[in-house]
Design a protein around this ligand. Sequence first.
Ligand SMILES: NC(=O)c1ccc[n+]([C@@H]2O[C@H](COP(=O)([O-])OP(=O)(O)OC[C@H]3O[C@@H](n4cnc5c(N)ncnc54)[C@H](OP(=O)(O)O)[C@@H]3O)[C@@H](O)[C@H]2O)c1
Length: 384
Amino acid sequence: MTGPEGGQGRKRVAVIGATGSVGTAVLDVCRAHPGAFEVRALAARTDSEKLTALAAEFGATMLCVHDAPPGSGSALCGTRGLVAVAEDPGVDHVVFASSGTAAIPALQAALRAGKEVSLANKESIVVAGPWVMPLVRFRDQLRPLDSEHNAVWQCLHGEEAPVRRIFLTASGGPFRDWPASKLDAVTPEMALRHPVWAMGAKITIDSATLMNKGIELIEAMILFGLEPHQVEALVSPGSFVHALAEFEDGSVKMLAGPPDMRLPAASCLFWPERRFPCERVGRPVLAPRTIAFEPPDEGRFPALRLAREAMERRGPLPAVLVGADEVAVDRFLEGRIGFTAIARAVEETMGACPLPAPASLEEALSALDWARRYCAKICDAWEA
Ligand SMILES: NC(=O)c1ccc[n+]([C@@H]2O[C@H](COP(=O)([O-])OP(=O)(O)OC[C@H]3O[C@@H](n4cnc5c(N)ncnc54)[C@H](OP(=O)(O)O)[C@@H]3O)[C@@H](O)[C@H]2O)c1
């Protein structure tokens, strides 16, 4: 394998989801370190214009537009296009920064091919964890790029003994202090104004309902091989501490830093080196209020309770939670259901699920689809 600056050459990187918020953070790091990284391949769902501009800037030679219309001239498209990017012999490191589940086969292909992988996409672990995790071939092959999971990953390095518990932090979102009675009046515009992180629309709404934290708890349990009771959420409004790991002797390690996705991106790309991501990342400011914690309020933010239920009961429920939430968030963004209806729609869908535990990736994806359809019906009925 080629390596970062000072190694045998440049690390050859592919970015799936290159046009999105996480993809942009990853490319910022690559742009700041042209001697360390060669951006070889880029993929997006539809935004071929932005992808072409990025390819010209970075000199990427492989482009995949997943939803390229027939006859558009795009050589790589669909699942096969993403898999071709992920297993290309000219790529050392594949970043999964796409939303949704389309890149799961590509993630499996990258792991099977022995590539280093940086993973931001939560859906692929929550829905398909049992068919992804066994494919990890060596330590640190799969590097969590989500800031909280990246923080846990960093806290666990150098530890031989098992961790007792981990805590993922949440900013609490824009409605952290709001009484339950006001939450019905939240509009998409209000929910899209996250106080700390600049992210894609879906994850911004999930942060406001705390569903994002719930999905992250399930992701962390699977990624780090833990039991549900070992994974907790903590609200930390300063958004400076990203995660904590508590060990058997009672010691707690935490990872803190500015809330900027370029930091975890750089840690994944450079690992085991530690390099400053790029000039635009602020230096951390350590002040007492930045490391305060409070428990999350599952009464006002029931999404967290639902995720915990999915985590404990497992079976099809993690996939059902993800599928129902996708539809409910879309309906909220379209102004068709209210903010508090998101969690209600997810809860009704979970409660109605007749499916057995999935025995294959195909069955897990079917559970996801069933949940999307069922949740859409619930939302339609509420609109009628
Ligand atoms: N934003 C964050 O800070 C953050 C932090 C941790 C984890 N995550 C997770 O990272 C993922 C991406 O989040 P985001 O906020 O960056 O989303 P985003 O801004 O909406 O960007 C999504 C990206 O994925 C691409 N994409 C979607 N479907 C695809 C497909 N079928 N094939 C190829 N590319 C596809 C999109 O391409 P088009 O532009 O063409 O649509 C876009 O580049 C999500 O799973 C999210 O939960 C995000």
